[in-house]
Design a protein around this ligand. Sequence first.
Ligand SMILES: *Cc1c(COP(=O)(O)O)cnc(C)c1O
Length: 402
Amino acid sequence: MKRTTGQDRTQTRNWRPATRAIRGGTWRSEMGETSEALFLTSGYSYDDAATVAARFAGDQDGMTYSRLQNPTVAMLEERIALMEGAEACRVQASGMAAMTAALLSQLSAGDHMVSARAAFGSCRWLGDSLLPRFGIDVTVIDARDTDAWEAAIRPNTKVFFFETPANPTMDVADLEAIAKIAKAHGITTVVDNAFCSPALQRPLEFGIDVVAYSATKLMDGQGRVLAGAVCGSEEFINDTLLPFQRNTGPNLSPFNAWVVLKGLETLDLRAKKQSENALKLGQFIEGRVPQILHPWLDSHPQKALAQKQMDACGPIFSFVLDGGRKQAHALLDALQLIDISNNIGDSRSLMCHPASTTHHNMGPEGREAMGISEGMLRINVGLEDVDDLIEDMDQALTKAGL
Ligand SMILES: *Cc1c(COP(=O)(O)O)cnc(C)c1O
């Protein structure tokens, strides 16, 4: 295996984003394959006993076991790090494996974490149910309120954890301001960037320490595999994350890594086109529904902040109907092209009712505190012709009485 002709780490880092997405992290075997090779192997064999001893001793580079290294997985990690502008990246079996590793690898009993109220349901479960069982206190705040982050700090606060825009309320948190507060107190910031991907928002540019992903979403982008990623400094990845990951084993399979590598080649194109479609569909819906939560529309109270942090609006937005669950379900049932599905980031348009699906487990009070009403619907806008999406939405809104 060697890097493709002429590549070295410095040159790769000077490439523009579109080139990184296609070429970054590519190694070629002696076969000279153009597409990245898929190494479906759990183990490796060695020419002699001294070689394996040198590898285990860390004196020689090379593979020893696929929980520790795999060439296909390593190509994906290098490409994601390049696209994110991070020193290092490690990938995991799912977005939740990535979030769990990013948090558990650095928190211990007696530590405190501050996290955002509006978040993906399972991310809230980590803070509400899992971490407290291990003696880690968690304070939940409104991430939009920058002062609330500062006010929640205790002497033992170690981590700030949030996503922006948040699922499904589209709350936007100020990356730069929150990173600054954290830095002043020696706190590590961890941002779940699943709604944007590095094509639309790179939190490290605003001073964030660690970026964690569900690569299931925009990175794969075609609804095929689960995957996760954690990006950060070499020090964080090597000294904090890796000991946890190597010994607990939330690894991504080489096959799924290969699928995500293929997805990354078109990430930039998809993220931008889906954002364009999401803006047009949002503009069509606005005025037909009582409330729309869309970061690129004037009605979003944090539009200016969103536009500072994001290159485009992303494929996801939400809207709220007055008729509660009954009307929201009626609209979903009237759709003919857009699928009823709780996934996001897919090249197909998908729509769901968060209160009865992704945020069902939070219960009515939890949902109310997060601002998720019974009439809220969330849409992931895909790559279909936007006029077909508008026509489908138009007829479904009419059937739902709007
Ligand atoms: C989907 C998602 C996750 C979880 O990712 P999986 O790949 O499904 O495990 C975490 N955070 C956000 C914001 C998500 O959208």
